[in-house]
Ligand binder design. Sequence first.
Ligand SMILES: [Zn+2]
Ligand SMILES: [Zn+2]
Length: 178
Amino acid sequence: MNCVNHPDVDAPYQCHRCQSAICVDCETKTNGRSICPTCRAHIRQRTAERYEAETRNVNYGGGLFAGVVTAAAGAFLWSQLAVWIDSRLQVGAAVLGGAVGYAVMLGAGEKRGHSLQQIASMTALVGAIFAHLLIFLRTRGVAYAFPEYLVSLSVLDWLFLVLGVACAYWIPHPRSLA
Ligand SMILES: [Zn+2]
Ligand SMILES: [Zn+2]
């Protein structure tokens, strides 16, 4: 079998998408599968169109608003629950981060993109720190100063905080670039 693009050249590969026989020079891998140049161009075109649709006409104000409301409500609920069951309930940071990520994405008009990722992760970070502050104030009292509160956060607290911020950052990431 010879290459679909080079009739004189032997074709040891077959395109996974269109089944054409392709030579060593024409073959490239996409997700570990052999793809011909024509199909590669098709896939690139489709990816570019999907990215365009995902990231065009973003409602940044709506995204920010939805994120802040979700972060505030989430921080309040998390702190209430944490004080009630007498635990820091660290996993709240991950749940809050995921919720904020989704809220920002939906609020922006089901859009994704780098700026939305930044808005979501920053909002989730502030929300999680706010929740810990609420828990601290409820359990230790207002008399304790802010630095004491920051020192009171354990490694586990920070670990889940980072996880929450990562969730918020990942959710509005363009799927076309995944
Ligand atoms: Zn092909
Ligand atoms: Zn070829």
